[in-house]
Design a protein around this ligand. Structure first.
Ligand SMILES: Nc1ncnc2c1ncn2[C@@H]1O[C@H](COP(=O)(O)OP(=O)(O)OP(=O)(O)O)[C@@H](O)[C@H]1O
Ligand SMILES: [Mg+2]
Length: 311
């Protein structure tokens, strides 16, 4: 018997999507230089999904997350989050979006928290700014801190907490105004493995109990076993995705991973770099349609029947 922890990749209906980015571009212009950080990125995230984004340094992960958080605007393409169009939003709508629709956790624990406020006060700040009455704010802050396993440290200031504990408080702060989407940029980057484990456990609980859609950027090599789906970004485009699947053999649960190469609406895909290197593929290939498959052959290779690709 096989049980999918996530919706099968082919089964994601449009109305189940919370995030939809298509052909997204971000170009940073400095005085005499243009950096294309996102080059035609496609990404779909289901409502209530817990997923991760991985990729080499400079591949565009933080750029994407900042766009989804409403902290930066795309240069071109389409990007909808919860039905909100991030390309046409006015700056006033952007402020509202940031306050209500999305919570954000930074890698640097110090960047998430006000140092002279206690844990519970830190969680209250976004609510006070949003006009939540003090008593309600306190109750909600305590409840959130309990959910992130920090109920026993309500009145500690950040300096009295470990890095992992500070990150858990930061997650509670990010969720203070009950956003449907939580984004975290390398939230465990500065933590040891025990601290990281607890942070992932907290993410999983929040995802399950609050239904929050969670997208994290990480370099964690074990990430595929911790989240429902991992999407890899290469050179500013999504390249592959990995699904987690649980298979029961008798009563024993085995976790397996299915890997897919993503194909965009124009039929573009990124071949794994090691495959390109193995066959010394550089500029072009021959693409042949076979029985239930497409074959990609190094340039110069001919099939016996002489059939080739057409456009
Ligand atoms: N504000 C900016 N101005 C100019 N270029 C930028 C800016 N922010 C990012 N870039 C460039 O865009 C590209 C993508 O950067 P980004 O920060 O998204 O990468 P990343 O995948 O998050 O990397 P890392 O894993 O190191 O955090 C890089 O080449 C980077 O130098
Ligand atoms: Mg980054």
């Amino acid at each position: 018997m096989e049980q999918r922890l996530t919706t099968a990749p082919e089964a994601t209906a449009e109305d189940e999507l919370y995030i939809r980015c298509e052909d997204l571009f971000k170009i940073y212009k400095t005085s005499n230089l243009e950096v294309v950080a996102l080059r035609g990125l496609d990404l779909k995230v289901r409502r209530g999904e817990f997923m991760a984004i991985v990729g080499a340094s400079g591949s565009g992960k933080s750029t994407l997350l900042n766009i989804l958080a409403g902290l930066d605007t795309p240069s071109a393409g389409r990007c909808f989050v919860g039905g909100v169009d991030l390309l046409t939003m006015s700056s006033r709508e952007m402020v509202r979006y940031r306050r209500r629709q999305v919570g954000f956790v930074w890698q640097q624990t110090g960047r998430n928290l006000v140092p002279y406020l206690t844990a519970v006060q830190n969680v209250e700040v976004p609510m006070v700014l949003d006009g939540v009455p003090p008593r309600e704010a306190r109750e909600r802050a305590v409840r959130l801190l309990e959910m992130v396993l920090m109920g026993h440290r309500l009145h500690h200031r950040p300096e009295m907490l470990s890095g992992g504990e500070q990150q858990r408080v930061s997650i509670a702060v990010a969720l203070a105004n009950e956003p449907p989407l939580l984004l975290a940029d390398e939230p465990t980057g500065e933590l040891d493995s025990v601290g990281a484990d607890t942070v992932y456990e907290v993410f999983r609980t929040l995802n399950k109990e609050l239904g929050t859609t969670i997208v994290i950027v990480t370099h964690d090599p074990d990430i595929a076993s911790r989240v429902d789906r991992v999407v890899a970004i290469r050179d500013g485009r999504t390249s592959i995705e990995i699904y987690r699947r649980v298979r029961f053999e008798g009563t024993e649960a085995r976790v397996a991973h299915d890997e897919y190469v993503l194909v965009d609406a124009a039929g573009r895909l990124q071949l794994p770099r090691e495959y390109l290197e193995a066959l010394d593929i550089r500029e072009r290939v021959r693409v042949l349609l076979g029985e239930g498959r497409i074959e990609v052959l190094p340039d110069g290779t001919r099939r016996a029947d002489g059939r080739g690709a057409r456009w």
